[in-house]
Design a protein around this ligand. Structure first.
Ligand SMILES: *Cc1c(COP(=O)(O)O)cnc(C)c1O
Length: 377
């Protein structure tokens, strides 16, 4: 494997101190009581990052495990669940809900815009008999960003538990779990947190734990069961051997974030400058309203094939950006400016590579994207 710059919307680049932390000698995480302290402190650090006093758990599996675990743990046969959908991950929640016997009701939003909270409010006036609702913060395949604060307040007013996928949001966009009333928020290691793929983490409210506790039938999964993690510290027992080296690396990544006090402002200015450069070049952004500061999604110019373009960028410039999938396959390209990727030098080089590659393939940009970007950021 050649080492390339990965400017994809996850996985992202991993800083050397995180890679080194994963190489440290470790202990037996099931038997060594010091590891229980380390795990607990790491969860508390994540809690501070998420602005919550709720319990946090780190599970061994990437982001999808977190999404499935939330649905597996909350859903009982016949439970009505509201799936708020304006993108591919938004829609995907429905599969997990159904898998565990839930009855899905979809609130569909415009795929090029943030969820219209007024419309959602009106919808909830008429129908609010839901055990919980799912919503995605940044839906990465399109780059749309939803107003989690407003959405969760609307849901909680109707006593609906809130499940938020902020895998691609947190770290680049504000997340305030307690203020915004998020019962379960899901994150993962490989996006803005900038650790390697392999871990998911969740904050879980007391109300969410109570709901799991009060189930009529036990959770139909072991690996996706959040309830078995509830008392790990009191009992000094993990449901399975935690991947200790991954967790030591994750801790370093969160220490990096803690020191990086301007992280949200940097994501904001990098993303804004990128969007401006793209537009001035004569390219089109996919989203019309509700831009995430973690990923920029650009419509492919006519007659440019995404696979050819991406391969050319890797071969000639050693930089990876991404295409998309589902209904966006072959229609857009995506640049991830998340976490370690959200740096001026890395983005400038990526735009240089993109502009040069487009030119080679027959599309001339109207301006120099690097110059526009650097003058704005
Ligand atoms: C990346 C991501 C996930 C995790 O899924 P992957 O299989 O790692 O891509 C979940 N939700 C969102 C919104 C993501 O961007």
């Amino acid at each position: 494997m050649k080492v390339s710059q990965i400017m994809t919307p996850g996985p992202t680049q991993v800083r050397e101190n995180v890679r080194m932390a994963r190489a440290l000698a470790t202990t037996n995480p099931d038997l060594d009581l010091q590891f229980y302290e380390f795990y607990k402190e790491t969860c508390e650090e994540i809690g501070q990052f998420l602005k919550t006093s709720n319990e946090v758990r780190i599970l061994s599996g990437e982001g999808i495990l977190g999404l499935e675990a939330a649905c597996a743990s909350l859903t009982e046969n016949g439970d009505r669940v509201l799936v708020i959908d304006n993108g591919i991950f938004g829609e995907g929640f429905a599969d997990f809900v159904k898998m565990y016997g839930g009855e899905v009701v979809v609130f569909k939003g415009d795929r090029k815009r943030a969820i219209d909270t007024q419309k959602l409010g009106k919808f909830l006036e008429k129908d609010h008999d839901f055990k919980y609702a799912t919503v995605v913060h940044c839906d990465t395949p399109s780059g749309v960003l939803n107003d989690i604060d407003k959405i969760c307040h609307l849901l909680k007013r109707m006593n609906i538990l809130t499940v938020v996928d902020s895998v691609a949001g947190m770290g680049g966009e504000e997340v305030r779990v307690d203020e915004w009333k998020i019962d379960i928020v899901i994150g993962a290691s490989q996006k803005c947190v900038s650790a390697p793929a392999g871990l998911t983490f969740l904050s879980i409210s007391e109300e969410a734990f109570e709901s799991m506790d009060q189930r009529k039938k036990p959770i139909a999964s072991y690996y996706c069961n959040l309830l078995i993690w509830k008392d790990y510290y009191k009992n000094k027992w993990f449901p399975y051997t935690p991947p200790i080296s991954d967790i030591v690396g994750l801790r370093q990544a969160f220490d990096n974030i803690k020191e990086d006090t301007g992280i949200l402002e940097r994501h904001n200015s990098i993303a804004k400058a990128t969007r401006k450069a793209v537009k001035k070049a004569g390219l089109s952004l996919y989203i019309e309203e509700g831009y995430s500061n973690t990923v920029t999604v650009i419509e492919l110019p006519k007659d440019i094939n995404d696979k050819v373009l991406l391969k050319y960028m890797v071969d000639e410039f050693n930089v990876f950006i991404a295409g998309s999938f589902g209904y966006l396959q072959g229609k857009v390209i995506r640049i991830g400016h998340m976490g370690e990727n959200a740096k001026r030098d890395k983005m400038a080089y990526t735009l240089l590579a993109l502009q040069s590659s487009l030119k080679e393939l027959g599309f001339d940009c109207k301006t120099n994207m690097v110059e526009v970007f650097l003058s704005e950021v």
